[in-house]
Design a protein around this ligand. Structure first.
Ligand code: KIV
Length: 267
């Protein structure tokens, strides 16, 4: 597989080719993404909910994200790898943000960092890009602002909210973000933004006109069977497959059918 770089992704946008991104946290799922040619992997702070079982992304730490990113990089050596900077790893000050984003690139083999927010992170984006760190922005619904929003919601339905969304996008683009995630945004606004920008747009709950789409691996393969936002398409019923396998194992052990002689070592 050829190494995916910023140039590969920009070329795809120019040529009108769609970009695929998966948010995931471990070696094996990353390996499957590598083997199937997914363009980008994001080590999302959604791991706080999907992997750690928390209610929000807020508890995730920088050390945890770095740990998971190292595993993902081993599974997917040639995919474009993005690290979601956790809550409070870049907000306290420009200096702390630069230091932590730099640390992530130094220690993990990732190629870009993702920051949530528009105008409020623009100075940091500008500095990071200046220091050679590719930045992915994230506007619309912001999971790290869960308590301000009061939980997941569509952002941009009201005129004023839509204008702010477009302003935030433009500020990020001007600051040098080469790619921007649009989360839970009406598709008409996502389309308008995508068509008028040179930054790559990646949608999650933002309709089909974005330059690319991202889903969380565990949602896509149906391992998460207790929640299904409108924008998730399940391509497999992973939870059912795994639970059926566990039930069969339990039954076989309890009946004395596992292991057989062929599954045991002789003397
Ligand atoms: O944390 C995450 O997985 C994300 C994507 C779903 C965009 O931010």
């Amino acid at each position: 597989m050829e190494q995916v770089t910023v140039r590969t992704l920009k070329r795809k946008k120019r040529e009108g080719k769609k970009i695929t991104m998966i948010s995931t946290y471990d070696f094996l799922s990353a390996k499957y993404c590598e083997e199937t040619g997914i363009d980008c992997l994001l080590v999302g702070d959604s791991l706080g909910m999907v992997f750690q079982g928390n209610d929000t992304t807020l508890p995730v730490t920088l050390d945890e994200i770095i740990y998971h990113t190292k595993a993902v990089r081993k599974g997917a050596p040639t995919r474009f790898l993005i690290v979601d900077m956790p809550f409070m790893s870049y907000q306290p000050s420009l200096e702390e943000g630069i230091r932590n984003c730099g640390r992530v690139l130094k220690e993990t083999g990732a190629q870009a960092v993702k920051l949530e927010g528009g105008e409020v992170v623009a100075d940091l984006v500008h500095k990071l890009v200046g220091y050679g760190i590719p930045v992915v922005g994230h506007v619309g619904y912001l999971p790290q602002s869960h308590h301000r929003f009061g939980g997941p919601k569509v952002v941009g339905k009201e005129e004023e909210e839509a204008e702010k969304l477009k302003r935030d996008f433009k500020v990020l683009e001007d600051a040098g973000a080469f790619m921007i995630v649009l989360e839970s945004v009406p598709w008409r606004i996502a389309k308008e933004i995508t068509e008028s920008s040179s930054a790559i747009t990646i949608g999650i709950g933002a309709g089909k006109f974005c330059d690319g789409q991202v889903l969380v691996f565990h949602d896509l393969v149906g391992l998460v069977d207790y929640a299904k936002p409108k924008f998730v398409r399940r391509y497999a019923e992973g939870a059912k497959i795994f639970k059926d396998a566990l039930k069969m194992f339990k039954l076989d052990v309890e009946r004395g059918d596992f292991p057989t002689e062929g599954e045991s070592y002789g003397t």
